[in-house]
Design a protein around this ligand. Sequence first.
Ligand code: SF4
Length: 254
Amino acid sequence: MAAVNNPALAAFCSLPAPELVLAQVLLRRVATGFELRHVTDREAAQECLQNTALVELRALANHTAAGAFRPIKAAPNLRNGWRCSVASEAELESALNQLYPGAIADSFAAQQAAPPVTHYRAFTARQTGMYRITTMLTDLQAAQVIRACCDARFCLKRRLWTVDGLAPDSAKAKSSIPCLEPCAVMLEFARKAVRMEQEKGKPEVALAPVETALTHPPADPREADFSAPDNPRLLQLLQLQRLAPAAAAPVVQE
Ligand code: SF4
């Protein structure tokens, strides 16, 4: 295997285990380098899986099995039925960067004495334009929005950033891939939540069907389409708000 002058990758490759699960990907050391496959295909015979070249992994990660775009690559809907062999640590890094962009570098950064974590308040304080209003959520409202958006049903990254009153995620509940700051989907979801509060209403979804919709979500929803009333994150937020209304400290009108 080629030596790589990359401390993040070196730390990752120095793990003693012969195999490792990273979110939904099973990595194995093999005689020729490394093999990657979906963790649900752990026991599958090689000939039952589609050989996938390193350069094809990005396309594989871009869409679900049903063809929906995956805006969050750590969403737990990576398709299965494939395997990819790589010959070196450099190729392993490239493969992981296509499946889980930045995962190795972020994992290394998260292990440092002072991880570069940007919490909700600091992150939203530097927003401009249409996202400036994301500062208007109270801590309780923001915590509900974060819990809904970053739920393990939607994202397997371990959220290290927080807002007052909300604990970070545990690796056990999600994966070892850290989330160091709110992502674009989270920011848009927070903006949508502020707009919902300002409109003093919720999306045109009656509360009664919420649990049904949560139990039987759309087969392949567009996860970042927050204009869709049956968006799973919106439904999750509505359920959290119903359990613990956050209306005591309403969002201020612009
Ligand atoms: S902000 Fe939340 S949804 Fe976005 S990548 Fe981080 S943990 Fe996942």
